[in-house]
Design a protein around this ligand. Structure first.
Ligand code: 4AD
Ligand code: MG
Length: 462
């Protein structure tokens, strides 16, 4: 692959076969052409020089356009030009696939906006930027799992089809079955067989946490990592209907323990991405965000700022007239408040903890003041909340009280309550929103560009 060449794993003056796509081509009047070949293994294209002595030069190679797939056979040499270190002198080029109607090809060699590229999700992986994103996503996922493996967390696949709303709020996708699925199924009258199948209504999971807790309270350190579904009606740069979440749960653990763990994980993965995806980061630095290296280095080095919800409200009150509504204790920290903290007041990642219980899910542990719960959110500049977590309510009496207050049916939670009945332990965990954190890492600002095929209101393309 082209990556091997730039990783210096292939010696100069050796013969190489390069499979790839034409990124750009310039014909010189002197009877030779420069072809930039890209294979997506790294962000760089490789310059190939071919001259008219190659037998299909006039018949085929002169007509190559951006996007054509080719096989180049030639010799790797140091480039005489200053723009690149290496180039290939071709002695044979086979055209594998032509571009039909090159003036209609949606991914021409000019720069396209991210908005435009979202309309062609099946072709946008061919651009440099989407190659960069998928490689960084891959690296981040790899080192996230690596950290967890090295620190003795066991991976527990939690169910995608569920009966309960783990967050006790928000809209879920309903799972139904159809009596016949074929290409024209939506034209026929279909019968919903779901009731017959599971015997009850089922939904796509909004979080694997509750079932993950059963394993945490048995094998101590666990995580789940998978797609998560929320029927969010708001079309924002931070919400997807299908996103990936890594949820981590540990037994014999407090709120402070997971605050520390979360920071360690974020710092470790960012450091690995910086080290391993250097060419991709360099590309982002040039084209997207010229502060990326400095920003990520600070992220690794500095301790996050930690504040109590109480303190957050006290600060916001001082700047009361900045905000739409008067600041009062008990209100939620909204996007506008988050932006104030991240972009005006602190200018760095922050952790807000111990929120009023009314703002949070039923499973969070009630604090001694009986007003707040042991919750924490981690917020980063531009994206806002990337992590939500808490210490869980391990006391049966308090849990039942919270289920009641939240108007949830105690019977539905019989198995969750069993965990508290039989050898209960303090435990805590959190969920990391994968696409949101990727936005922070890359410096891009829409989660729709962090997942190959985004699902949002009115959009389920491909
Ligand atoms: O704060 P949330 O709702 O927390 C939970 O689901 C807990 N059960 C996690 C746990 O403690 N195990 O979601 C966690 C994170 C958010 O901080 C956010 O980063 C991300 O998931 N997230 C979304 N990302 C993209 N699109 C959406 N619609 C998201 N909703 C939440
Ligand atoms: Mg949250």
């Amino acid at each position: 692959s082209i990556k091997k060449i730039f990783d210096e794993k292939i010696k100069v003056n050796t013969e190489v076969n390069i499979y790839g796509w034409v990124k750009n081509k310039r014909n010189s009047k002197m009877g030779f052409s420069f072809i930039d070949v890209y294979d997506g293994s790294c962000v760089k294209s490789l310059q190939v020089i071919v001259d008219s002595s190659v037998k299909n030069y006039f018949k085929e190679l002169l007509f190559l356009t951006t996007g054509c797939s080719i096989l180049v056979h030639g010799i790797l040499v140091y480039s005489k030009g200053t723009k690149q270190k290496y180039e290939v002198q071709a002695n044979k080029i086979k055209v594998i696939g032509w571009i039909k109607n090159s003036n209609k090809y949606p991914i021409s060699s000019k720069k396209h906006t991210l908005e435009y590229l979202r309309e062609v999700s099946h072709l946008r992986p061919r651009t440099n930027i989407f190659g960069v994103i998928i490689r960084i996503r891959n690296c981040f996922a790899h080192y996230l799992r690596n950290f967890l493996y090295l620190n003795d967390f066991a991976w527990v696949p939690t169910p995608i089809i569920t009966e309960l709303n783990a967050e006790g709020a928000g809209n879920m996708f309903y799972v139904s079955t159809l009596n016949s699925v074929n290409s024209s199924y939506y034209k026929k009258n279909v019968t919903d067989n779901t009731k017959n199948f599971f015997g009850k209504k089922t939904f796509l999971t909004v979080s694997g946490q509750l079932t993950l807790e059963t394993y945490a309270c048995a094998v101590s350190k666990v995580y789940t990592f998978g797609p998560t579904f929320r029927a969010e009606s708001s079309n924002t740069t931070r919400h997807l209907s299908e996103f990936w979440m890594c949820e981590i749960e540990q037994a014999f653990s407090s709120l402070e323990d997971i605050i520390l763990l979360a920071q360690n994980i974020l710092k470790y993965t960012v450091k690995k991405v910086l080290d391993s995806c250097f060419l991709d980061i360099e590309f982002l630095e040039k084209n997207i965000d010229n502060t990326i290296i400095k920003r990520l280095s600070n992220f690794i080095e500095n301790k996050f700022i930690e504040i109590e919800y109480d303190e957050a409200i006290r600060i916001l009150k001082k700047f009361n007239n900045h905000f739409k509504e008067p600041v009062i204790w008990g209100m939620d920290i909204s996007t506008e408040h988050e932006r104030f903290f991240l972009e005006i007041y602190f200018l760095q990642p922050i952790i807000i903890k111990n929120y009023p219980k009314e703002l949070k899910a039923f499973y969070m542990r009630l604090n001694k003041d009986e007003k707040t719960v042991a919750a924490m959110d981690i917020l980063v500049p531009k994206m806002g909340e990337i992590i939500g977590g808490s210490q869980r309510e391990e006391r049966l009496k308090q849990l039942d009280q919270r289920l009641l207050e939240c108007q949830l049916n105690i019977k539905d939670y019989w198995w969750y309550r069993d965990i508290r009945k039989y050898g209960t332990v303090p435990h805590s965990g959190f969920g990391l929103g994968f696409e949101r954190f990727l936005c922070y890492i890359t410096g891009l600002n829409n989660v729709k560009d962090m997942i190959p095929f985004p699902r949002t209101v009115n959009n389920s393309n491909f």
